[in-house]
Write a protein that binds this ligand. Structure first.
Ligand SMILES: O=C(O)CCCC[C@@H]1SC[C@@H]2NC(=O)N[C@@H]21
Length: 251
């Protein structure tokens, strides 16, 4: 596989061990001069969405990209789609033929199982975000146990037989991210939304979106211009900003 090279304008820090690459990104953010990837060979206290823990068996991938977007939080948060697409790009290049898809808001699935998760964290004062940390975890070697009712975790090794080293994925992901970010900067969310929808899992099918306040069941119609999940329910169309999505069939 050809080395994609490291993208211009992005720095990289490689750590042997860290609690969480996201936590490290938030600690370092103020001191970083520009976009920086923080990669760890071993992450011992990984964080998942909604306060869950993320476990990283040896050989899995853990890295975070620290950005200073100086944008309103809603615009900055669309980078979860930029990152998910970039990860899909990188994995498709490394493992051609792998059955990859994207699950709203930002999981990457392999043959319907959860291969990767993305966690955005940030800080800001006033109307714009000072720092955005995009944390990406990929089950390259091993799938940790999953939560009950959620999409079952899978690993790339178990699902495809492919052996991808975390450092190799970092180079491809950084390259793919830079390309998608350039499009986002120049043309906005529109083209990325189209690309995301073209790779979406369960589009047009019934899904359940669970929030702290309850659940909404409906047909997954689209993702809107703000990145919200749009469900067609019995009571009409509903746009959801944040939720956990469950599939009835197959999970
Ligand atoms: O719950 C999810 O699906 C998101 C998981 C995100 C895990 C990654 S691993 C690298 C980065 N550092 C963390 O502590 N979390 C993210």
């Amino acid at each position: 596989m050809k080395d994609p090279g490291w993208p211009e304008g992005y720095a990289r820090r490689v750590l042997d061990e860290v609690d969480s690459t996201n936590a490290e990104g938030l600690r370092l953010a103020k001191s970083l001069a520009g976009p920086t990837w923080i990669f760890a060979h071993r992450q011992v206290a990984g964080r998942g969405r909604r306060g869950r823990a993320w476990t990283d068996p040896a050989g899995n991938f853990a890295a975070s990209l620290v950005l200073k977007p100086a944008e309103p939080p809603g615009q900055a948060a669309l980078r979860s789609f930029v990152a998910a697409l970039a990860l899909h790009d990188a994995l498709s290049t490394l493992v051609p033929g792998a059955e990859l898809s994207l699950k709203w808001p930002n999981d990457v699935l392999l043959s319907g199982g959860k291969l990767a998760g993305i966690l955005l964290e940030g800080s800001g004062s006033g109307r714009v975000m000072d720092h955005l940390v995009i944390g990406i975890g990929v089950n390259l070697a091993e799938a940790p146990p999953g939560a009950e009712g959620a999409v079952p975790p899978v690993s790339l090794r178990q699902g495809t037989g492919a052996e991808v080293a975390p450092e190799t994925l970092l180079a491809h992901l950084a390259h793919a991210y830079a390309a998608r970010e350039t499009v986002f900067g120049a043309r906005g969310f529109g083209p990325l939304r189209e690309a995301w929808l073209a790779r979406a899992a369960r589009l047009g099918e019934e899904v359940i979106a669970r929030t702290m306040r309850g659940e909404t069941r409906g047909l997954f119609e689209t993702v809107d211009a703000e990145g919200k999940l749009v469900l067609k329910t019995e009571g009409g169309r509903v746009a959801i900003a944040a939720a956990d999505v469950f599939f009835e069939r197959g999970t």
